[in-house]
Design a protein around this ligand. Structure first.
Ligand SMILES: [Cu+2]
Length: 674
């Protein structure tokens, strides 16, 4: 049985915190469905329409935990006509856009009951920019205790423009005009002449894009604890989620006989250009970037020189082993906690102890890279793909930028002492065998999603089905079969950590142990209670704690909700409540025809010492990366491979670790449904 990597807080102080037992989960799901359905059109639910027309948000401030302070602020902006117009692009990295979206989020978070929340949502949906509205509502549903059981519809069906190629969207508009049901084929952006195209299935995967958006929604850089609570280990999570993307992307590249990613450098050309083939719903096409352009200063954002200064201040902190706070005092980073502070500094989030001095390397870098097509604003181009979490990973520059930051993190991790035998040893527990049941094999399968929310329509004409299908990487099911001998007491709590890394690079040269372990991909992490003597633990790939399953389609979600509402039945969508995690389909890198070699490690450590919360084993929640509460594992992410390894023989001597070599195959299988 799995234990949560993160547990939900039982109660929250702020938004929607008063339990309203009179509103069923099905009703809540209905409300959210209809608030997100065709967000660029007017509301379609009759009750919501009524709210939008007649509700006065400021009339009764007893519904708000802040006496209506947040709602007065937003209403003043609205009445003064200062808010961003509708039918205009929205970017979270635009300071004013973000400010407006967060004003709405703030209103929601101070609302004490569900019905008032829905009245507000209906009211502002008809009046605020659609992008701001969607962002604020998603953030609210994720963080608001009262919205706990609500499932957010797949983002690629709510705002399909940010996930779907322009050519496909154009065909969808044509199909709508002709009222012809259509299934349109989606292809990745480049051609075979572009080697980067071989790994486009990774960066352009709609599930991967959604994962990236959700992670940044769970751990927003703009988060203030006054919204409700502290986001535990936010900075370290920032490092870890992007580190895993970096390692996984490199494993995909090796699978496809490509060199690992090279890091971006501010004073060197950006080697790979990018043509996004993606357009805003409003505001034209995402800008392209040719190959080998030099970084230019971006007016109103930063000079290249500023980036280099920020970079060297951060590297100085790593070399010194401390961060200088705004008041001049020091925070020691030469310990397990250091990575968390450094993550806050590098992103930077509002948790950064000194953004005045250390800047906002990651966020500014995203904008810098996003603007290289029009750095001086001469052509009035909208923001680039790097300025949206939905689209950023499409650009190969994203992974180069993150490799650059990952190397800064590595500089810090490498400055910490290696783990010793005594630290790693779990005396009395040994892993006697590890085997894989089944084969490690990947394939592609077409996946269909609806574009109905991409196109304009009128209420008087019936919808026709307009779908697109796109190949997605997936793998066959397998299990880890782990034999553990326990000489300690029965019921000994143990943490099981499973990692794998590519054994050799694309030229067939073996990675050193120290480089290999830095590239380790986390496959699973969970807690078990060991019986005395022999234990045989079988753990399925489908249950991995680092992955999530596909959320049902928007249409299915609506059908299930309406059926539950009219039949009074239960709406059981529990499995989909957290969408934060890599798609389970991506658990294994693609591999190749000959079988790509991986070193797979199973590490069993002392669960009682690792646990940050009590009763770890009995918790059945499954909220990986989640946000509300304490992270259950005290160890740093990546433990025990997060620190540099001086002598790899140690990892053979520790009997509670076990290592096997496996191969991941891909035989070119592609399952079509058309
Ligand atoms: Cu990111």
């Amino acid at each position: 049985m799995k234990t949560a990597l993160l547990l939900l807080a039982v109660a929250g102080a702020a938004l929607f915190s008063v339990a309203s037992a009179d509103v069923s989960n099905a009703q809540k799901q209905h409300d959210v469905n209809f608030l997100l359905w065709k967000v660029n059109e007017h509301l379609r639910d009759e009750t919501h329409k009524g709210y939008a027309k007649t509700f006065d948000p400021e009339a009764d401030t007893s519904h708000y935990s802040d006496n209506g302070e947040a709602v007065h602020r937003l209403m003043k902006e609205l009445k003064d006509h200062r808010l961003l117009e509708q039918k205009h692009w929205f970017s979270l990295f635009n300071d004013r856009h973000r400010e407006e979206a967060l004003m709405l989020f703030d209103v929601f978070m101070h609302c004490k009951d569900w019905v008032t929340g829905i009245k507000l949502a209906a009211y502002f949906r008809e009046r605020m920019n659609e992008g701001e509205f969607v962002y604020a509502l998603y953030a609210t549903i994720i963080h608001a205790p009262l919205a706990e059981h609500v499932v957010l519809p797949p983002l690629y069906e709510v705002t399909p423009h940010l996930f779907t190629n322009t050519e496909v969207i154009q065909e969808a508009y044509a199909a709508k005009m002709r009222q012809t049901p259509s299934k349109i084929k989606s292809s990745f952006t480049g051609t075979a002449r572009n080697k980067e195209q071989r790994v486009a299935y990774f960066g352009e995967d709609i599930g991967m894009n959604t994962h990236h958006v959700f992670w940044h929604l769970e751990f927003p850089f703009w988060w203030r604890d006054s919204y409700s609570h502290k986001l535990d280990r936010k900075g370290e999570n920032f490092f870890w989620v992007h580190h895993q993307l970096t390692c996984r992307f490199d494993a995909e590249r090796i699978s496809n006989y490509l060199d690992p990613v090279e890091e971006l450098q501010w004073d060197k050309p950006i080697h790979d250009g990018f043509a996004p083939h993606t357009s805003y719903k409003y505001g034209g096409a995402f800008p392209s970037r040719p190959d080998d352009v030099d970084f230019e200063d971006v007016d109103g954002v930063a000079r290249v020189r500023d980036m280099i200064i920020t970079d060297s201040r951060i590297r100085d902190a790593i070399a010194h082993g401390y961060i200088i706070k705004e008041d001049g005092s020091h925070i020691d980073i030469m310990n397990d906690r250091g990575i968390d502070v450094l993550g806050d500094v590098i992103e930077s989030s509002l948790y950064s102890p000194n953004s005045q001095y250390y800047g906002a390397l990651h966020n500014t870098a995203h904008i810098m890279l996003g603007r290289q097509a029009d750095p001086h604003g001469k052509y009035n181009l909208p923001p680039g793909v790097m300025e949206h979490f939905e689209t950023a990973t499409r650009d190969p520059g994203f992974f180069r930028l993150h490799k650059y930051m990952d190397n800064i993190f590595r500089e810090h991790k490498d400055s910490l002492p290696s783990y010793t035998f005594d630290e790693l040893d779990f005396k009395g527990v040994s892993v006697t065998n590890v085997a894989i049941d089944g084969t490690l094999e990947t394939y592609f399968e077409d996946f269909e999603y609806s574009l109905i929310n991409a196109v304009d329509d009128t209420e008087s004409i019936e919808d026709v089905d307009i779908d697109t299908y796109v190949p997605r990487l997936d793998h066959k099911e397998f299990s880890y079969n782990i034999e553990i001998n326990n000489e300690k007491d029965p019921d000994t709590l143990a943490t099981i950590r499973i990692f794998a890394w590519p054994h050799e690079d694309n030229n067939g040269v073996d990675f050193s142990f120290d480089d290999g372990r830095w590239n380790a991909i986390e496959l699973d992490r969970f807690w078990v209670k060991l019986s005395a003597g022999k234990n045989n633990i079988v753990c399925k790939s489908t249950d991995s704690a680092v992955t999530v399953h596909d959320v049902p389609s928007f249409k299915t979600l609506m059908e299930k909700t309406e059926a539950a509402l009219s039949g009074g039945g239960d709406l059981d969508l529990h499995d989909f409540e957290s969408a934060t995690g890599l798609p389970n389909r991506f658990l294994l890198p693609k591999g190749n025809h000959n079988g790509m070699k991986f070193d797979l490690f199973v590490c069993v450590t002392d669960g009682a010492a690792d646990a940050a919360i009590a009763d770890l084993h009995s918790k059945d929640e499954f909220l990986h990366y989640g946000a509300n509460g304490v992270y259950p594992d005290k160890r740093p992410h990546g433990y025990p491979f997060d620190r540099h390894v001086e002598d790899e023989r140690l990892f053979d001597q520790v009997t509670n670790f076990h290592h096997i070599q496996v191969k991941v195959f891909n035989h070119g299988e592609h399952i079509h449904h058309h």
